[in-house]
Design a protein around this ligand. Structure first.
Ligand SMILES: *[C@@H]1O[C@H](CO)[C@@H](O)[C@H](O)[C@H]1NC(C)=O
Ligand SMILES: *[C@@H]1O[C@H](CO)[C@@H](O)[C@H](O)[C@H]1NC(C)=O
Ligand SMILES: *[C@@H]1O[C@H](CO)[C@@H](O)[C@H](O)[C@H]1NC(C)=O
Ligand SMILES: *[C@@H]1O[C@H](CO)[C@@H](O)[C@H](O)[C@H]1NC(C)=O
Length: 549
């Protein structure tokens, strides 16, 4: 099956050290030895909400998959390059070819398979796996495309597989995103270093100048020589730390912003992650192919069973493809909402709560810009963290966006505006008119996975509580999209973060919008903030879940 499942199947050797380190980090964070300050905020909505983070049953409530990180985050080991850059995988010498002899034409609904041979800079075949390749099948004249499945055979070869979903011409494209040696660097940093970025906390007293210190997800990463201030969200239990300001008390923290990108790489690491070897297209290994409809069919597309889109459906992999620049879901009958009226008609009478990062804010912005009667109430637009709101009073539509809380990289934003997702969810009554959209991931690639796992554990519990209160509430999860290519954010981290997101919500009646696939299917440059064409398709899928028929 997919990239994910492929690796699940290949699962072999456990890197026990990884899990051990994660747990050490986790334990350090869960019982830090500093004083706790409660953040301002509404009273906990219920005893359950205020207690579940401390509860020993927290991990009982996690799906098995999320507690077994070694299994979940498995990636073939990288033996290392012996210090020689030329021994790392090269996009210039690695090649791919059809698995079976070329045919004059291929049948719609079938598959195209290819073998990729990874080689180093000397041209010597690699003998281990772990490279991050991304493959696509593109139908440029038809504005069509689909992500290919890349299965790592862990001996230097990879099996590529592409479903043939449209009739017409199609062309394979393969890119080396990172060599396995570069992935080795990323993995080492992810599991062995703490935070790779820091943040600023702004403290204000009744008089005197502001004091600015470093803040982070754990006390060590604040660089504090002495005491740290610890902040614990009253509802979610999420923790945050700042170095103690010189004179002001801990509870005078008023502002938050990004800080620095910390130096975490050696020069050798940097060469492995350099631009000239990252995200490079391999030379064409397969001539364009022609796909024809089967003799018995006169359709030009393979389409899904016509199930209305609803949460809880299991989607195939890939979950869809583009044709005519429109994303066609293979899991349900996704719809298009091409006009302002069609969008407003779908959203009428609904209140949509979007919580996440700036890639989700793009959805809010798209809706605001596409449906002009959705009037923004931009009281706080000055601040990256929001909250943002747009309303259409005639049709009774309210559209909220707010940033997930720490560890948000943003311009300076008031701490009082940083509400945890769990706190927001605990404050929602839910119901058939409530839509919740969560889009987290991109700001968690700069910390060990335990940080995101803990956050997801709380969010999962809060989503389950919401769905228990009001089962008719629609909850949609936007997976993280492609785009990052550095040591602070990389497609490799994003793949891992998406595995955690899927695992966290497995068995919960939510809908997924697979933004990773939707940004992996067209010949567009990767961009952490995708172009409008992509955002429109993501939002159309959201609307398909809100208005399935
Ligand atoms: C993690 O999952 C693997 C594969 O299913 C299993 O062999 C292993 O025992 C699991 N580890 C734990 C701690 O559950
Ligand atoms: C790699 O492994 C696959 C599957 O086990 C096998 O079919 C193939 O021959 C191997 N290739 C090399 C070069 O060892
Ligand atoms: C990449 O660029 C570096 C200099 O920035 C150079 O030393 C190296 O040889 C280049 N690698 C390749 C494969 O072109
Ligand atoms: C092909 O199209 C014709 C006319 O549009 C239709 O009557 C027929 O049922 C179609 N055949 C199939 C197999 O879809």
């Amino acid at each position: 099956m997919g990239l994910f499942m492929g690796q699940f199947k290949c699962y072999k050797i456990l890197t026990m050290g990884l899990v051990f380190l994660i747990w050490i980090l986790y334990l350090k964070m869960f019982w830090p030895d500093s004083i706790t300050y409660r953040l301002p905020g509404p009273r906990p909505a219920s005893k359950f909400a205020s207690n579940f983070m401390e509860s020993p049953s927290l991990f009982d409530s996690l799906p098995q998959a999320l507690t077994n990180l070694t299994y979940l985050l498995y990636w073939p080991p990288t033996p290392g390059d012996g210090g020689n850059l030329l021994a790392s995988t090269s996009p210039r010498t690695s090649t791919y070819h059809l698995r079976s002899p070329a045919r004059a034409s291929y049948t719609l609904g079938g598959h195209l398979e290819a073998i990729l041979v990874a080689r180093d800079h000397w041209g010597k075949p690699k003998t281990h796996g772990g490279d991050l390749f991304r493959a696509q099948l593109l139908g440029s004249e038809l504005n069509a495309g689909v992500p290919g499945d890349v299965q790592d055979l862990e001996n230097g070869t990879y099996l590529l597989s592409f479903p043939l979903l449209w009739a017409g011409r199609a062309q394979v494209q393969v890119r080396l995103i990172h060599s396995s040696e570069a992935v080795g660097v990323l993995r080492r940093i992810w599991t062995e270093k703490g935070a790779t970025v820091d943040f600023k906390g702004y403290f204000r007293g009744l008089e005197g100048p502001e004091e600015i210190v470093i803040c982070n997800v754990d006390p060590q990463s604040t660089g504090a020589k002495k005491a740290t201030c610890q902040y614990r969200d009253a509802v979610s239990g999420e923790l945050w730390f700042c170095a103690q300001p010189p004179t002001l008390p801990c509870n005078s923290l008023v502002g938050h912003s990004s800080g620095r990108y910390l130096k975490v790489t050696t020069q050798h690491d940097e060469h492995l992650l350099a631009r000239n070897v990252t995200d490079k297209v391999l030379s064409q290994g397969i001539s364009p192919i022609l796909v024809r409809p089967a003799a018995t069919s006169n359709t030009t597309l393979t389409l899904s069973p016509q199930l209305p889109c609803r949460p809880g459906l299991l989607f195939p992999k890939p979950s869809g493809f583009y044709h005519g620049n429109v994303w066609r879901s293979l899991g349900c009958s996704s719809r298009s909402f091409p006009t302002a009226d069609s969008i407003l008609g779908c959203l009428a009478g609904r209140i949509v709560h979007m919580m996440g990062d700036s890639t989700l804010r793009q959805w809010w912005e798209y809706l605001r810009d596409t449906a002009p009667s959705l009037k923004p109430v931009d009281l706080h637009a000055l601040y990256q963290a929001g909250p943002l709101m747009a309303v259409d009073t005639t049709r009774g539509i309210v559209l909220h966006w707010r940033a997930h809380s720490w560890p948000l990289r943003s311009l300076r934003t008031p701490v009082a505006s940083l509400h945890s997702v769990v706190r927001e969810l605990a404050g929602l009554a839910g119901g058939p008119h409530t839509v919740v959209v969560l889009g987290l991931g991109a700001h968690f690639t700069t910390f060990p996975p335990s940080i995101f796992v803990r956050r997801l554990a709380g969010i999962r519990a809060a989503v389950m509580a919401l769905l228990a209160r009001e089962p008719s509430t629609l909850v949609v999860i936007k997976l993280a999209n492609t785009g990052y290519k550095s040591v602070y954010g990389s497609d490799w981290f994003t793949l891992q973060v998406n595995r955690l997101l899927r695992a966290a919500f497995s068995g919960v009646r939510v809908a997924f919008v697979d933004a990773w696939e939707m940004t992996s299917s067209l010949p567009l440059p990767d961009n952490i903030h995708p172009v409008k064409l992509i955002v429109r398709n993501e939002v159309d899928l959201l609307l398909s879940f809100i208005c399935p028929t």
